[in-house]
Design a protein around this ligand. Structure first.
Ligand code: DGL
Length: 276
């Protein structure tokens, strides 16, 4: 009986970055209910160990389950790289085998090889995501012939979190990391922004990139993958409630969250505090 209950779709990120995924999902699937949870009190995850990212992520997933979510999307590359597999394989069977937790890496790695002509692709991400090698491993599963070049951009999340992403100061760090990526291979023709914060930098990134290089952001890719997933899992889809309601939770100050979320979403939000 319990397993038949309906609930919202949970969208989790270490902070605000997941809002770039959330906004695309809600745009294309407005009929569902959503709970967005940002662990702003403990951001950034990108610099933390496997153990810590796993522990923080699991704790937040549990809270989203407690709030009734049947499906949780880890809209954070770092959490997807360092925690998703263990949660799916070790924790979910014990917590509730009828609920699902999905990440943002697989949808990107499934298609990236089809978009590149040269077979040389670039990944821009946090230090944690790069070090995990998740993109290299996953892309090579789907496209064994594709060569993957990675660059960690540790200053990019702080630029966005501190509202400096449109400043002239941001240009230095954007150019630096793009140059470092492109010097690894002159043949790179497709680059994924493999951190959910980076779409806020995308106009500057495009400005500094040679025009033949395709830039992928994950919002649209993850949304398409979710649409397919729900289509293939009608039992789960039926358990996603559909009143078109959205709630925002943050583990930090709601005032800060509301101000910052407005930048990401283009409209005001009224978040609630979640005490961990
Ligand atoms: N949202 C995270 C990601 O996509 C980056 C922010 C962080 O370091 O916590 O990797």
């Amino acid at each position: 009986m319990h397993n038949q209950a309906q609930g919202p779709i949970g969208i989790f990120d270490s902070g605000y970055g997941g809002l770039t995924i959330f906004r695309e999902i809600v745009k294309q699937l407005p009929q569902y209910d959503y709970i967005y949870l940002g662990d702003n009190a403990r951001v950034p995850y990108g610099i933390r160990s496997y153990e810590t990212v796993y522990r923080y992520t699991l704790e937040c997933v549990r809270h989203l389950f407690d709030m009734g979510c049947r499906l949780v999307i880890l809209a954070c590359n770092t959490a997807s790289a360092k925690a998703l597999r263990t949660i799916q394989q070790r924790d979910l069977p014990k917590l509730d085998p009828y609920r699902r937790v999905l990440g943002v890496i697989r949808p990107t790695t499934e298609i990236i090889g089809n978009l590149s002509q040269s077979g040389h692709v670039g990944i821009l991400a946090t230090a944690g995501t790069v070090k995990s090698e998740s993109y290299v491993i996953e892309i090579n599963k789907f496209f064994p012939q594709v060569k993957v070049f990675q660059e960690a951009c540790p200053m990019w999340v702080p630029l966005v979190e501190n509202n400096e992403h449109e400043s002239d100061g941001a240009n230095y760090f954007i150019q630096k990391h793009l140059n470092q990526l492109l010097t690894q291979s002159a043949e790179i023709d497709t680059i994924a922004l493999a951190c959910t914060h980076y779409p806020l930098l995308s106009s500057k990134i495009s400005h500094f990139l040679p025009s033949h290089i395709k830039l992928l952001t994950q919002g649209e890719i993850v949304t398409q993958s979710l649409i397919q997933y729900l289509g293939h899992h009608p039992d789960l889809e039926e358990r996603c409630s559909k009143k078109g309601e959205v709630a925002f939770y943050t583990t930090e100050s709601t005032e800060d969250f509301d101000t910052k979320a407005t930048i990401f979403l283009g409209h005001s939000v009224n978040s609630r505090h979640l005490e961990l």
